[in-house]
Ligand binder design. Sequence first.
Ligand SMILES: [Zn+2]
Length: 347
Amino acid sequence: MHRISEIEEIVNSESEEFRRIFYRIFSIRTCDGELSLPREIREWAKSRFGECERQRIVRITNKLSHESTLFNELRAKRPLDAKSEVNLEVKDCAFCDAIKRTPADVFGRVVGRHCLTASNIAKYDCMHAVVIFKEHNPLVSDVDVIDDIFNVVETWFEKANVHNPKAVYPFFMWNCLWRAGASIIHGHAQALIAEEPYPKPLQLKKIRNRYFENYGSEYLEDLFYIHNKLRLGFKFEDTSVFVYLTPVKEKEVLMVSKKLKSFAKPLSLALKCYYSLGVMSFNVAAYLPPLGEEDLILLRLVDRGNIETKTADIGGMELYAGASVVSSDPFVLAEKLRNQQLNLPSC
Ligand SMILES: [Zn+2]
């Protein structure tokens, strides 16, 4: 299996055609960070980090989106203080009694088999629903449940748009547990529909348009071609799945499809893979076309770190340098996802 520290050699051993497309989108810089250990901490440092006096840092930048990631696997070995107690059970959970204890939208609720909508009591934006799962446990991976969440969300977008026809820009997200920004443990996703597109989906659309004008091909398809060729991606039915080379944080997986419901199975697969690796807190988001238009949908899934630690997974580098510091190796996750797919009974 490849390692991210070898990415430059891996890419440069590929065909000229591949490199042309790769370097059209990405740039790579590899360097070694050096340090000198005082005698007093030498033993401790070596036992915890292994060889750390010279450490390989790989920086990959998506030149079109300006996403940039610094990979250093030693970062995962840092001592993180302040572990907190974790208990996912909550007494007297309002979301367990959602009909009575959560507000409805003025145009009513959408009720599915495994979830229902509420109106967010403290809204991010004017049209903002919470999709409350019937099960309290937030660690959902069942395909039927995820499929139902997407059904309910799509119906909510339509109902919300009837209520306000100017609101045509939908956004779906699922923040699981506190590290991902969720304030309630009970499983829930969120849906917004706005009169103005949110900046990141808009930026993606602009990149795709410009890319098509310049190269005559679809940016998201070329992105998948690159990752698939490097064994970082695979097709799951009609969905392209890949472990992204410029992840926003740990273990980011991207999926591309034309229908929101097509993501149910591959997302279920990726979440099962996450849970098997101990990931419990994650964000999912879908960049959807304006209501009434057909286009590719990009879904992103990212690990937000160990729920037992108090140290935040983002700091000044992510917020202000615009570069994400990541320790997990995309090749390792891609291998795990592929194995998970091979072990599926239906495949
Ligand atoms: Zn609950």
